[in-house]
Ligand binder design. Structure first.
Ligand code: ZN
Length: 227
């Protein structure tokens, strides 16, 4: 099969590369599928089993996107050829160019998102790789945690206190077993001056958490609980 990109290159046409269309969580999901394929190759020599596995992987990856152009399909298609760890690495290396970075966050945004935090320092924005974020999370004054998420193109923020746990647990944002802490926030109850404390365990390290997230479902539920 000829690749859309190879065809265009051979004709010397450039600029028809699709725009970034893969979110961090989708990239992580695809990465998980390459692991499944590499492990499948390592544990089964049955060609039919492997073929089914590849088709399943492709189907699941295509299903992540509400619609895909032929060019976008061509970007994802090499997944089915992943057999060895090096194949996975090459494929994922190519995909990085198509990852949509997290929305640019400025000090102005932070002031709007957290109007009551007068002494807010904000995160060291230049230390983040925005292509590897589903949310921007940081800790200030050792126990205050801030999270900025992006939903339907808009930024949203939650903050609360954070107490590191000595035990491992399931993170309610990435749904993985990891080093967690209890995040608690005060949210408005039913009455006017009625506040209730709500919280849940989440990863201590937001970079690890972001690299685990392969669906936004839990992140959105977590934020909804606090608002
Ligand atoms: Zn997590």
């Amino acid at each position: 099969m000829i690749h859309a990109k190879e065809t265009s290159n051979s004709q010397g046409i450039t600029g028809d590369r699709p725009d970034p269309f893969i979110r961090n969580d989708q990239f992580n999901f695809i990465k998980g599928q390459t692991d499944i394929l590499v492990n499948g190759k390592a544990t089964s020599s049955d060609a039919e089993v492997l073929s089914v596995l590849r088709h399943l992987s492709q189907e699941k990856v295509f299903d992540l996107f509400p619609s895909l152009s032929e060019e976008q399909k061509a970007v994802l298609q090499p997944l089915t050829a992943v057999k060895e760890p090096a194949d996975a690495e090459n494929f994922l290396g190519q995909l990085v160019a198509y990852v949509v970075p997290f929305q640019n966050v400025t000090d102005q945004h932070l002031k709007k998102l957290f109007p009551k935090a007068k002494k807010l320092k904000g995160p060291k924005l230049d230390t983040f790789d925005f292509r590897k974020l589903s949310y921007l999370g940081w800790i200030e004054s050792s126990t205050l945690m801030y999270l900025v998420i992006e939903r339907d193109g808009r930024l949203d923020g939650v903050h609360g206190s954070f107490n590191r746990s000595a035990k491992y647990g399931i993170c309610s944002i990435c749904n993985r077993h990891s080093e967690v802490g209890l995040f608690t926030a005060r949210t408005k109850g039913s009455g006017q001056d009625n506040f209730i404390k709500r919280g849940n365990y989440i990863c201590q390290d937001s970079a690890t958490c972001n690299s685990n997230i392969d669906t936004l479902e839990y992140l959105h539920k977590f934020v909804d609980l606090l608002q």
